[in-house]
Design a protein around this ligand. Structure first.
Ligand SMILES: [Zn+2]
Ligand SMILES: [Zn+2]
Ligand SMILES: [Zn+2]
Length: 114
């Protein structure tokens, strides 16, 4: 085996150099992108592959993730932290940057819809 060089990273799946910003070569990056897209198109859960009836997540995965979100939300709110990023928010439910970001994206959404 050749000694590792830091100049060119190799694809984790084959011997070609990895594409910039990726852990795999171009071919494999495209392959995995296609794989995820197919899964979604087949109506399968992108996490476990179970039937998801057109949703990104199956019922079990969706339930688990929303439960986790709820739990985290409550924890952060009770701790007086931003419910999105967990930063100190001085008693508000959102910290400054998150509140600004949210207000801005809401404005943009309204502008786009009409
Ligand atoms: Zn590859
Ligand atoms: Zn699932
Ligand atoms: Zn925040």
């Amino acid at each position: 085996m050749a000694a590792p060089r830091k100049s060119t990273r190799r694809c984790t799946k084959c011997d070609r150099p990895a594409a910039p910003g990726h852990r795999q070569c171009r071919a494999h990056v495209a392959y995995f992108r296609e794989y995820r897209r197919k899964r979604r198109e087949a109506g399968r859960c992108i996490q476990c592959g179970a039937g998801a009836r057109g949703y990104q997540l199956c019922t079990a995965c969706a339930e688990r993730s929303s439960e986790l979100m709820r739990e985290r939300y409550r924890e952060r709110r009770d701790a007086g932290r931003c419910v999105i990023c967990g930063a100190a928010s001085h008693g508000e439910s959102l910290c400054r940057p998150c509140a600004t970001h949210k207000a801005r994206s809401r404005r943009r959404l309204r502008a786009e819809s009409g």
